[in-house]
Write a protein that binds this ligand. Structure first.
Ligand code: PLP
Length: 425
């Protein structure tokens, strides 16, 4: 069976983008471990290089394994096209490489994954791109940063690590009024929990390293073109609306309309910057995605049970999980993440820094490491690890105060997860 237009999420997660191998009949997509592909003849080669026909040329640009992933995530997010990359950060780089010129600005939430704060705030400066940061809980602070140089707004649907659920509708209205695309990092929610396109996203990015791959074994990233932004009538985005020197003057926005962003990220960004995913990683992540709905259900129900246990524990000062009814983001989570609030959240220990260090040192089922979205339960004490270089005040502002512990609750039995915490708190 192959996918049809009305299939439901769980069916698409298994089938979208994949079919039995035409040569061997292999049911699972084989790993196409090849750097390059033989042309039929010179005319065929010319039509591929001229973008007149789509087809495989060289694995930096495309590969059958990454193609499965691209079609699958496009179906799950309701987009028009997607492009996989070596990592989540690679996807972010390619999106901004397409949208920005030196001197341009974009506005990003200041409550983002720490790696994105570094990429935006430090490394992007070398390209002449300026990130201006705003407060996700105060949409007016995004509005206040809009200038004529603004080219995009970037937020996370569920923000890591604070467990913040973003008011996507409010932010998307600001992006629309400013005439710029809204980019949503949907890593922590996945399309199973949140559908950013329905709430006004124009571009979606993921670290597939996390819940999409889901097993903590492969790096990967993806960008999804929602097909909603009209690059030609905007005219603000030179790469998309003016003749492209490296394709004989082709105007990508005109030639490719609703998939122009994904095409430009591939045929310019990926071609020239090079962060392509390996066929093996694409195979691993496509396999992981088949069970995304099953895993997310278990992640969310386990996280809720663990959060309830912690909220009632005498040594715990507070729990920030949007799945709990008294949480500040609970109502928003019901709107944007109706199937659950994810499984990454923070809590505070009354015993402060030392209690945090003791807990991560003594747990046994939980793994002490810097990742999220694994089948296994993961724990980290940000103040002594990921955020230890920051000054005390900056740490607290980033949601990584001395007492904060972050969990990524896995899919083991909830009773065992809770027992590990109970014995070691
Ligand atoms: C991990 C992560 C990234 C970066 O992805 P990599 O695959 O590690 O490059 C971006 N955003 C969020 C929310 C993440 O958790």
């Amino acid at each position: 069976m192959t996918e049809g237009p009305n299939q439901k999420f769980s069916t698409l997660a298994v089938h979208a983008g994949a079919a039995p191998d035409p040569t061997t009949g292999a049911r699972a997509t084989p790993i196409y471990q090849t750097s390059s592909y033989v042309f039929n003849d010179v005319d065929h080669a010319a039509s591929l290089f001229n973008l007149e026909a789509f087809g495989n040329i060289y694995t930096r640009l495309m590969n059958p394994n990454s193609n499965v992933l691209e079609e699958r995530i496009t179906a799950l997010e309701g987009g028009t096209a997607a492009l996989t990359t070596a990592s989540g950060h690679g996807a972010q780089l390619l999106v901004f490489h397409t949208l920005m010129e030196p001197g341009d600005e974009f506005i990003a939430a200041k409550q983002l994954y720490g790696g994105s704060l570094n990429q935006f705030g430090h490394s992007f400066k070398k390209f002449g791109w300026t990130a201006k940061f705003a407060d996700i809980d105060d949409p007016a602070s995004f509005q206040a940063q809009v200038t004529e140089k603004t080219k995009a707004i970037f937020v996370e649907s569920i923000a890591n690590p604070g467990g913040i659920v973003t008011d996507l509708k409010a932010i998307s209205e600001i992006a629309k009024a400013a005439g710029v695309p809204l980019i949503v990092d949907n890593t922590l929610a996945t399309p199973y929990l949140c559908q950013p396109k329905e709430h006004g996203a124009d571009i979606i990015v993921h670290s597939m390293t996390k819940f999409l791959g889901g097993h903590g074994n492969s790096l990967g990233g993806v960008l999804v073109d929602c097909g909603t932004f009209d690059w030609m009538s905007s005219g603000k985005f030179k790469t998309l609306s003016t003749p492209c020197d490296s394709y004989h003057g082709m105007v990508l926005g005109e030639a490719f309309g609703p998939i122009a962003l994904a095409i430009a990220c591939r045929v310019l960004g990926l071609r020239d910057l090079g962060p392509c995913i390996s066929p093996f990683n694409a195979f691993m992540i496509a396999t992981g995605m088949e069970t995304l709905p099953l895993r997310m259900k278990q992640h969310c129900s386990n996280a809720l049970e663990v959060a309830r246990f912690l909220a009632n524990h005498e040594k715990v000062a507070w729990v920030n999980y949007a799945g709990l009814p008294d949480n500040a983001y609970h109502e928003r989570a019901k709107t944007y993440c109706p199937r659950g609030a994810g499984s990454v959240f923070t809590f505070g220990l009354k015993g402060g820094y030392d209690a945090g260090v003791n807990l991560v040192n003594s747990v046994s089922l939980f793994s002490h490491l810097a990742n999220v979205g694994d089948t296994r339960s993961l724990i980290i004490h940000p103040a002594s690890t990921t955020h230890r270089q920051l000054a005390d005040d900056d740490r607290a502002a980033a949601g990584a105060g001395d007492d904060v512990v972050r969990l990524s609750v896995g899919i083991e039995d909830a009773l065992d997860i809770i027992q590990d915490l109970e014995e070691n708190l």
